[in-house]
Design a protein around this ligand. Structure first.
Ligand code: ZN
Length: 182
């Protein structure tokens, strides 16, 4: 595994153990070249998934990107990390078991909204407001109508973070050169 800090290829595994829900193996790694420490996860992948974006462009499904989107929507919300992990795993598993090799970015967005709806109202509004883009104000009013007044108020008080984005435009991980502008 290449070191994400210096690019060295000679990194070593220091520790290996199952994640909390045993759906993955965490490996702590260290790079002897630069002393960098990082963690990798080994997970079951039922099938290769390709995401078809609105533009028609196809990109490999990126679980980490999905997880970041969910975590951004849930920022500072009282939701345990294990539940977030289960949500992301559940969405991924569902997408992988549709029997199709390709999945649209819309389908992923809908799945995330569906999952967040059951988990946290504020996160749901945050994600939906970015994902749906709310060009039409009545969409937003309709959505807020489904939510408790308190949760809606909290969402209004906390602006959506600038980096909140739906999983339709996977950004490459930091430190890997950006190969495209999007
Ligand atoms: Zn290194």
């Amino acid at each position: 595994m290449r070191c994400p800090y210096c690019g060295g290829l000679d990194t070593q595994v220091k520790d290996s153990r199952p994640s909390d829900d045993s759906s993955a193996i965490r490996r702590r790694r260290i790079c002897p070249d630069c002393g960098g420490r990082f963690t990798t996860f080994e997970r079951v992948q039922l099938r290769e998934l390709i995401v078809v974006k609105r533009s028609g462009r196809k990109v490999p499904f990126d679980r980490d990107k999905l997880q970041r989107s969910v975590e951004t929507a849930l920022r500072k919300r009282p939701v345990e990390p294990e539940r977030v992990e289960r949500l992301v795993s559940g969405i991924t598993r569902r997408l992988e078991s549709t029997g199709e090799a390709e999945v649209t970015s819309e389908a992923i967005g809908e799945a995330v909204m569906e999952g967040l709806k059951g988990l946290d109202d504020v996160a749901y509004v945050r994600f939906a407001s970015v994902y749906k883009n709310f060009r039409e104000a009545r969409d937003f009013e309709e959505l807020l109508g489904h939510l408790a007044a308190g949760a809606a108020q909290a969402a209004a008080d906390e602006p959506v973070p600038a980096d909140a984005s739906p999983p339709i435009d996977p950004a490459p991980p930091a430190r890997r050169p950006r190969s495209r502008a999007s």
